[in-house]
Design a protein around this ligand. Sequence first.
Ligand code: SAM
Length: 454
Amino acid sequence: MTYPPDFLNRMQGWLGEEFPAFLTALGKRDYGLRLNPLRGAIDALRARLPWPVEPIPWCPAGVWMRQEAPLGRHPYHTAGVYYLQDPSAMAAGVILAPRPGEWVLDLAAAPGGKATHLVARMRNQGVLVANEISRRRASVLAMNLERWGATNTLITNETPERLAERWPQLFDAVLVDAPCSGEGTFSRDPQTLRQWQLKTVQTYAHRQREIMAQAARLVRPGGRLLYGTCTFSPEENEAIIAAFLSEHPDFTLQPLHLPGITAGRPEWCAAPPIVRRTGRFWPHRTAGHGHFYALLQRTSGEMPPRPSPHFPPLPGRVRHLYRHGVGAALTDPPPEEQLLLDKHDNLYRTPLAPSLWKGLHVLRPGWWLASLRHGKVQPDHALAMALRPADARHTCDLTVDDPRLRRFLGGGFWREEGPDGFVLVTVDGFPLGWGKRSKGRLKSRYPVHLRRMA
Ligand code: SAM
C-alpha cells in the first residue's frame, strides 16, 4: 500500500523507533465482531460462532479474528446476533458505559456501530437518541438499529446546533464519534487514503471543534462527554481536547483505564500535560486499526429539571390498532403506553414524549411496532427483531443449513401446517422477521429492501 509522503513523514517524526512496526500494522486487516447481549448470554453466543475467534481484552462482548470470513452474510448477522466492528472502536461503549435508564445521545451515529453498543449496554432501558446529519446514512443507521433489536431509540437527522438549541443540558451521556481524516482506516477504505492531505486534517479539526462546542451544550451537570476519532493526527485529537478544556472550564478530563489503551501525546501538538489523560489504541500494539478517545465530565452547573414526560392520551383507534395488530401476534404484548401513531399510520412505542422532539427531523420516533395499510394491521419488521421466540404466538425455527432459510430471506414461501396468522421466523432461535401463514402456506414477509442483502 502506498501512503502520502506527508503522512509518513509526520508519523515517523512522532513515533521514532516505533514507526516501522506502525507502518507494517497499518496495512493489516483485523475482523471484529461484537456480540449482542439482547440475543443471549455473551459466553453462550460466542460458543455458537462457527469461526475460531480471540477475545478482545477491553470489550467483554467483543471477539476478533485475523482471517477473512463471510461474516456479513451469515444468518446470525442477519438475525442481529453480532455487529461487525473494529476492535478499537468497541472501546467507545465501554468507556462511556451508559447505564440502563440513562438519557444518552450519539451525535454522529451512522452507520450505528457505537449506537448498537450503547443500546446493548443500556439493555434497551432509558433513552438513546441516535443522530446522523446525513439523511442517506441515517437510513442505514435505522436499518442497523432495527436488526440489532433496539427498542429505546429515537433516530434523528439533525445538525448538532439544532439539537443543542432544543435540548440544552438534557443528556447524562453524549458520544461524539467525530468525522475525521480516518488515517486508522486506510487499509480498508481506499477513498480515505486517496483523499488524505495535510489540509484535510485542518478542515476536519475545524469541524470537530464546532461539533464539540455544540456537544458541550447538550450534557447535563455531572454528565459525560466522550470524544473519539479513528485517526492519528494530533490536530484532530489532543489539540481538540486542549482547546475544548480551555473554552469549557466546567468540564474536566477523566483518566482512562482500559487494557490496550496508551496515554495521549500532548507533546505532539503543544497541548498541556493533563491531555495525557486522553487515550490511544495503536494498530501495532493491539488488535484493530487504531482509535483516539477523551472522556470529559461536566463538573459544575445547575441541574435543570428534566422535562416531564407528557404522553398524550391514546385515541381509541390507536388502542384498537395495537390490540389487533401487535396483540394478535404476541403472547404478552408490552403495556399500552408511550404509543404513537404518525401521519402515515405507522405505530411506534416512543421512549421520549413527542412534545420534546416535535419540529425536529425524526426518522424513527421509537420502536416501530406496526402499520395500518388498506385497513389491515401489519406488524413491523422492527417489532420482530426485538422479540424472543417465547414472545410470539406462532414461530417457525430454521437451522442455518435449512433450505427454507434462503427462501425466507428471498421473500419466498413453503408449505407449513398450523393456524393462520403472523409467524415469527427464527434461525436457531434468533429472530429473522415475520412470515404469514394462510391455509398451510407460509409466505415470507421479509422486507423487500433487505432481500437484496440476504
Ligand atoms: N459512530 C458511527 C459508528 O460507530 O458507526 C460512525 C460515525 S462516523 C466516524 C462520523 C459521522 O459524522 C458520519 O456519519 C458523518 O456523516 C457525520 N458527520 C459529518 N459531518 C458532521 C457534522 N458537521 N456534524 C455532525 N456529524 C457529522
